[in-house]
Design a binder for this molecule. Structure first.
Ligand code: FES
Length: 200
């Protein structure tokens, strides 16, 4: 099996292993907190915070789409140094490179659109008409746009986003993908829906 196939399979496994859990764990991780806080589907749809175990999420991997917060899918990507460096190579191609529109909490209004540069957390919906974009997290020119090096692609009308969820100019979407409120319980547990402004 090639390295690429192995990576693809691992990503699929990460996604498949998380579906349907109120408290979400990555691929075989122990989730001792599951009995103490396991919101129902109704509670999650109403906005209950959701804990996500990111301890097994490695650099260059994607977790999601997780049907997590307020019924909306969440993407989490652990970005490496090369991916972070690539984010600001060509800001002129982006509609809102500095995230001036309010599509993220204040703590994510920075060049990485995140609290920790390596960890990207996004609502997995296209701001155009709310289709779910397809992740292309490998850094390489894409077959349908050699000048786009990957990120997220919306198949409905062709919007393209980078690995920070920032939309490319000329896309039908005019805004960046949304960053949800989130915080860290500890280095392994990400909590979607709670931050300084949104206490439980
Ligand atoms: S819904 Fe994404 S481009 Fe239209």
């Amino acid at each position: 099996m090639t390295d690429d196939s192995t990576k693809t399979l691992r990503r699929r496994f990460l996604v498949g292993s998380t579906l349907g859990l109120g408290t979400v764990g990555v691929a075989g991780a122990a989730v001792p907190f599951i009995g103490s806080w396991n919101p129902s589907a109704e509670a999650r749809a109403a906005g209950a915070p959701v804990r996500i175990d990111i301890s097994n999420l490695l650099e260059g991997e994607l977790l999601g789409p997780i049907p997590a917060w307020r019924g909306r899918p969440i993407f989490i990507v652990r970005r490496g140094a090369e991916a972070l460096e690539a984010l600001n190579r060509d800001p002129d191609r982006l509609t809102d490179p500095d995230s001036e529109e309010p599509e993220q909490p204040a703590y994510a209004q920075n060049e990485f659109r995140s609290r920790m540069p390596e960890l990207m957390v996004l609502v997995g919906l296209c701001p155009h008409l709310f289709c779910s974009p397809t992740p292309h997290i490998e850094l390489r020119p894409q077959p349908f746009d050699a000048e786009w090096n990957g990120g997220f692609f919306c198949p409905c009308h062709g919007s393209r986003f980078d690995l920070a969820g920032r939309v490319y100019s000329g896309s039908p979407a005019s805004r960046n993908m949304e960053v949800p409120p989130y915080s860290f319980e500890d280095e392994n547990i990400l909590v979607i829906g709670i931050d300084e402004e949104n206490a439980a």
